[in-house]
Write a protein that binds this ligand. Structure first.
Ligand code: ADE
Length: 247
């Protein structure tokens, strides 16, 4: 079965949007994955087709109704599929979770709008809340696109062997080393000499060192989690200042 994302949204016209272009778009056109954007409003039952109401207990904004959203979820086939809801209070999305989702049948993704979603539908349908970062978007659609894009590029046949090297690097827990191309000198800045030396072992060592330095400086959280085999205990004691503890 082809990997497929089903998106429940109040704005189905936002899709495929950027997912219809470039790598994901070519793969979509080639049938390597499927995308289905469904309008939550189609599951409304009253004459006004209302999907939201005022929050119980008061407060600003509107809340997505449990009954309407549950009906929309229940109309989607595939009981074995992961059911996600994009939300800034979700567990942060990781490359590891992306890889799991890409390996499965493809998720059902609920996109929130308004002030939120009635908690009872999250509980009753076992929705996994997923965040793409500690900032607030105006709705879950762009977050869903980010998640889908990250999954699609891992699907068999979507990406060439070239691009997958970046993948391995991030999966190894390090940020990517810097890249250069022509011209040889740009505004008085030459390409680092080692990269034009033709010494492949030296190039590899330089890139590894750059990736490690970047990760330590920018992402101490990732650095602390890196697998032990990437840097031995030797390089750790050499590089870690005495006054700092390495979690
Ligand atoms: N919806 C609004 N903000 C979001 C975020 N940061 N991640 C996922 N979904 C969201």
């Amino acid at each position: 079965m082809t990997w497929r994302a089903t998106v429940l949204t109040l704005f189905p016209e936002m899709f495929p949007g950027p997912l219809g272009i470039s790598l994901a778009g070519r793969a979509l056109a080639a049938g390597l994955w499927g995308l289905e954007a469904r309008d939550i409003r189609d599951s409304a039952t009253d004459r006004h087709r209302s999907v939201d109401d005022t929050p119980a207990g008061g407060g600003p904004g509107m809340v997505l109704r449990a009954d309407v959203l549950a009906a929309a979820i229940d109309a989607v086939d595939g009981a074995d599929r992961p059911r996600l809801v994009m939300s800034p209070r979700g567990r942060p999305l990781t490359q590891a979770r992306v890889a799991e989702l890409a390996a499965g049948p493809g998720p059902l993704i609920v996109c929130g709008r308004f002030e939120g979603i009635d908690q009872r539908v999250i509980d009753a349908r076992g929705l996994e809340e997923v965040s793409i970062g500690d900032y607030v978007l105006s709705g879950g659609e762009i977050a869903a696109m980010a998640l889908i894009d990250a999954c699609v590029r891992l699907l068999p046949g979507v990406m060439g062997r070239l691009e997958s090297s970046t993948e391995e690097s991030f999966s190894a827990g390090l940020l990517e080393y810097p890249q250069y191309t022509r011209p040889q000198i740009f505004e008085d800045r030459p390409i680092p000499e080692v990269l034009t030396s033709g010494d492949h072992a030296k190039v590899a060592a330089w890139r590894q060192a750059e990736a490690e330095a970047l990760t330590r400086a920018r992402r101490p959280d990732l650095w602390a989690l890196r697998p032990a085999q990437i840097t031995g205990p030797k390089s750790e004691s050499r590089k870690t200042p005495k006054n700092k503890t390495d979690g």
